[in-house]
Design a protein around this ligand. Sequence first.
Ligand code: PLP
Ligand code: TYF
Length: 398
Amino acid sequence: LFANVPLAPRDPILGLNEAYAADPRSNKVNLGVGVYYDDNGKIPLLACVREAETAMAANPKPRGYQPIEGPAHYTTAVQHLLFGPQSPLLAEKRVVTAQGLGGTGALRIGADLLKRIVPDASVYISAPSWENHRGIFEAAGFSVREYRYFDAQTGGVDFAGMIADLEAAPAHSIIVLHACCHNPTGADLTEAQWQTVVEVCRAKALVPFLDMAYQGFAEGIDADAVAVRRFCDAGIPVLISSSFSKNFSLYGERVGALSIVTTTADEAARVLSQLKRVIRTNYSNPPTHGAALVATVLADSALRQQWETELAGMRDRIRAMRQGLRARLEAAVPGRDFTFVTAQRGMFSYTGLTPEQVERLQRDFGIYAVRSGRICVAALNSHNLDTVADAIAAVLRG
Ligand code: PLP
Ligand code: TYF
């Protein structure tokens, strides 16, 4: 049965972790995987989560099956973060939300659902995008194409190219968009540019699928939802995958959600019934613990305030690391433009390092980055910043 099974390639990002773990050098730095580390290089356990968990442990509950789409106190909390608690869409019952197994699982149930509704559509992802976008939509049976996105000259967005490619996409194409903190480039659209994308999607009858894995890491909870809100204002159907892996530091709990904005409450009920079918044949119903933690924090005003403070702390620390990296690189490599380091947002920066330079960083300095030149800025800290900046400067000088 298995004699001729070929060896599948490793995930290029998660594979780096293995190489890093095996590296004996004590001054090694892992800028590969997109995880937020604190200034001591540790994944934080947020105080709000610890408190919610302590309260839950003091009052343990039986673990019955959950509703297929997850518990209402969780899905409602998700909707309030995405759309704002006062959104008329919620009062009109036009939004379907289901708990997902992380943002990845949310993307997958969204993809599986769309395959039932628009089976012949193509999916467009940004060039470049998170590797798994292609994998997820291909696994759901779609063919995946790219729209232009990153401009290597400026370190920003090739907006004219992006719009031209979206305008050329056939009607009903599914357009995967990073709502904020683009992975891997850190280059985001402005609000005015989002408005243009909304208009193109409406005019060309495209199906926007917003992936929001980093809400709160760019500017703040509401500011980072600007793309979601502009699409909602336009009144067109939109899918949104969201994740608490990063902004609650709950990576291993696999807690995310798929939200779908429909046109009427009746439509929403029918879409939910189909989504439940997708979930049932996939994993039946979602796990309890992570969603209970998130719902507990978001429902309690003191814990919610604490979460916002801790989230702002993560955001501000990333910003400080961007400024520190930029200042050091400007000092060490005069005449080269590093403004992109602070213009890009979220966990990642596309440095412009070539695959050869990335290899040299790893070989000569024990600094691990993705071959594309992506670094995780959230893995920098006050202890490794000088080492990393010196090493990047050394490979840039050649
Ligand atoms: N989408 C993007 C753009 C991401 O960068 C990530 C990162 O992990 C995900 C989705 C998946 O998030 P999760 O870990 O919650 O599955
Ligand atoms: O891009 C990243 O590094 C994060 C983490 O298959 C990640 O999004 C990377 C690869 C993967 C799953 C998560």
